[in-house]
Design a protein around this ligand. Structure first.
Ligand code: SF4
Length: 323
C-alpha cells in the first residue's frame, strides 16, 4: 500500500509576465520549476530556502489556491488537479494552512469564539450549546482557556493568536497542516514552545505536516525530511539530520555554514554567497545556482543543467560535483 498522504510529481507553476497594464505577455515567471517530493502519513517534510525560492507557491498549488502549470498533486494516490466540486471541497477540508503572521490571519473585529466558530457554523452547521462546547474543546486542545474565548486579537499575545489560528484550522479535522513560517512572527522566547506544541499536537491527532521556512533551525528541529529549494527547484533532499550534518550540495553547504550548529558540525567559516537570488523571470542557464556557487567546476556548470543524482540512503542532489 502507498503510505504517502501527499505526493508531488514534477510540479511547475509559471506566471505570465505582462507588459504594462494593457500589454501582452512578455515571458514568464518560473516560480516553481519541476519539483517532486512526498510525505508519508504522520510524518513531517520541510521545504527550506531563501525568499523567492518558490516555497509558498508550492503550498498555494497544493491547496489549489492557484492551478499548477504542469505536474501532479496526489492526495492519497488521487490527482487532485483533476478533482472538482464537492470532492475537491472535501479534500480541501483535509488540508489546512497556518500562516506566518497570526495577527493578519485573524479578523480584528471578531472575538476568539467567533473566529473559531466560523468554520463550524459554515461547514458543520453547528449552533447553540453544541457550537460552544466544540469551540471550548478546540481552544483547550491548543492550550487556551475559556477566558480567552471572548477576547479580540489585539488582547492576545503573538503565541496566543497563533494558537487561535491553529484551533480554527483544526476545527474541520484536517489530516495535513501546511505551516508557513509558523514561528517567524513570534518572540524568540515562545518560538521553541510553539514548535514543541506543534509536535505534541501532531502526535495526539496523527497529523501530517508540511513546514515551509527559511529558518534552518526550525526545519532541523521539526522535520523528518527536508527539500532545499532554490529558484523553483529542490537542489537537495533527504533525511533532515543527514542533510544538515553532511550537506552535499554547495547551496546547502552555504546555508548550513551560516547558522549556529552543534560545535562538532559547525563549518570552520561561514560560506558567503555572492549577490542575491536571481529573478525567476531570468533563471540562469545550466545549473541555476552557478552564478553564486563558490564551488563551480568550469563551463559545464553554466552550460549544462545537472540531472538529479539519487543515493542509496534515499537522498538526492542536483549538482555536477556528483557526476
Ligand atoms: Fe555549483 Fe556546478 Fe554544482 Fe551548480 S552544478 S552547484 S555551479 S558545482
Amino acid at each position: 500500500m502507498n503510505d504517502n498522504l501527499l505526493e508531488i510529481q514534477g510540479l511547475r507553476k509559471y506566471f505570465p509576465l505582462k507588459k504594462g497594464f494593457f500589454g501582452g505577455t512578455q515571458g514568464k515567471v518560473r516560480a516553481v520549476d519541476g519539483i517532486s517530493f512526498s510525505i508519508p502519513r504522520g510524518r513531517t517534510f520541510g521545504l527550506v530556502g531563501e525568499s523567492g525560492s518558490g516555497k509558498t507557491t508550492v503550498a498555494r498549488a497544493i491547496l489549489r489556491l492557484i492551478e499548477p502549470s504542469e505536474g501532479r498533486i496526489l492526495w492519497q494516490g488521487k490527482d487532485i488537479c483533476r478533482v472538482l466540486g464537492s470532492e475537491m471541497k472535501e479534500i480541501r477540508r483535509n488540508m489546512q494552512m497556518i500562516f506566518q503572521d497570526p495577527h493578519s490571519s485573524l479578523n480584528p473585529r471578531k472575538t476568539v469564539f467567533q473566529s473559531v466558530a466560523e468554520p463550524l457554523v459554515i461547514h458543520e452547521r453547528l449552533k447553540g450549546k453544541k457550537l460552544r462546547e466544540q469551540v471550548e474543546e478546540l481552544l483547550a486542545l491548543v492550550g487556551l482557556k475559556r477566558e480567552h474565548m471572548f477576547r479580540y486579537p489585539h488582547e492576545l499575545s503573538g503565541g496566543q493568536k497563533q494558537r487561535v489560528g491553529i484551533s480554527r484550522a483544526l476545527s474541520l479535522h484536517p489530516r495535513l497542516l501546511i505551516l508557513d513560517e509558523p514561528t517567524s512572527a513570534l518572540d524568540v522566547s515562545v518560538q521553541a514552545q510553539m514548535l514543541n506544541f506543534l509536535e505534541s499536537l501532531q502526535e495526539k491527532l496523527s497529523l501530517t505536516y508540511l513546514y515551509i521556512s527559511h529558518n534552518l533551525a526550525v526545519i532541523r528541529y521539526a522535520c523528518d525530511r527536508v527539500g532545499v529549494m532554490y529558484l523553483g527547484r529542490i537542489l537537495e533532499a533527504g533525511n533532515t539530520e543527514e542533510v544538515f550534518s553532511a550537506p552535499r550540495h554547495p547551496y546547502t553547504r552555504a546555508l548550513v555554514s551560516a547558522v549556529p550548529l552543534p560545535q562538532a558540525e559547525q563549518p570552520a567559516k561561514a560560506i558567503l554567497l555572492e549577490g542575491d537570488i536571481p529573478s525567476a523571470t531570468h533563471i540562469p542557464s545550466g545549473c541555476r545556482f552557478h552564478t553564486r556557487c563558490p564551488e563551480r567546476i568550469g563551463p559545464i556548470c553554466a552550460e549544462t543543467e545537472p540531472s538529479i543524482r539519487f543515493f542509496p540512503d534515499g537522498s538526492q542532489v542536483t549538482c555536477h560535483l556528483y557526476g
